[in-house]
Design a protein around this ligand. Structure first.
Ligand SMILES: [Zn+2]
Length: 226
């Protein structure tokens, strides 16, 4: 089945062809990376803040332009609501579709969204999100003593406390670290996650990390920061 055939849209208004095409492209791109994808992806488009809140149900994160629910539903603010350009909106869709695939492929683990740095780092790399800082800027900030977290757990705390600016800094760190770790071969990050998904514990994570990347996470962080 074509990528477009796997998408089911829910929207109170008609959906621009460009958005439908964007979603299909995002599906195809992620299918290539993961090797396979979910049979069906439900995409809810919210045209107002009230619709957004209703669609997000238990989840509330005002800064988000889109998010993926635990059942894999992709909730998107309409482009008008985000104020984004077509190009940046397209990147948001690719990023979120990456989460949809992650959720479908690694569902059944104790917490499907662990480790957060890898979940977000990978999505940012695939989407090439517009808010990512250039590596040189990130390194300069790190040299000024910014101690950035590489969290294993996806706790609401990290996202709730952060400002947009801080989120961009974190996401940039996670994306650049992930890219450096896999030397740009994103499929390697997927293979690592697949291995770790068999033993989805903190210990399983650290052991898989050493096996895949030839060093401990702590060492990798130190070398990357140099
Ligand atoms: Zn994300």
């Amino acid at each position: 089945m074509s990528a477009a055939g796997r998408l089911i849209f829910h929207s109170q208004r008609s959906i621009a062809t460009s958005v439908q095409r964007s979603c299909a492209e995002a599906y195809a791109l992620n299918e290539k990376l993961f090797g396979r994808g979910p049979e069906r992806v439900v995409v809810v488009i919210a045209h107002s803040v009230a619709e957004w809140r209703r669609a997000c149900r238990y989840y509330s994160f005002p800064l988000a332009k889109a998010l993926v629910l635990h059942d894999g539903t992709l909730v998107l603010k309409s482009r008008a609501l985000t104020g984004y350009s077509i190009s940046n909106y397209h990147k948001v869709i690719i990023h979120e579709m990456n989460h949809v695939f992650w959720c479908a492929l690694f569902r059944g683990r104790r917490n499907v969204w662990d480790p957060i740095w890898l979940v977000e780092g990978l999505a940012c790399l695939v989407a090439r999100n517009h808010y990512l800082l250039p590596l040189s800027v990130l390194k300069a900030r790190m040299r000024r003593g910014r101690k950035l977290p590489l969290p294993y757990r996806y706790t609401g705390k990290i996202l709730r406390l952060a400002s947009r600016r801080e989120l961009e800094l974190y996401y940039s760190y996670w994306a650049h670290f992930a890219a450096w770790l896999c030397q740009g071969r994103l499929a390697r990050l997927v293979a690592f996650t697949r291995a770790f998904a068999h033993r989805p514990t903190r210990m399983g994570y650290h052991q898989s990390f050493e096996r895949f990347f030839g060093m401990s996470e702590k060492t990798a962080r130190r070398i990357f920061a140099e």
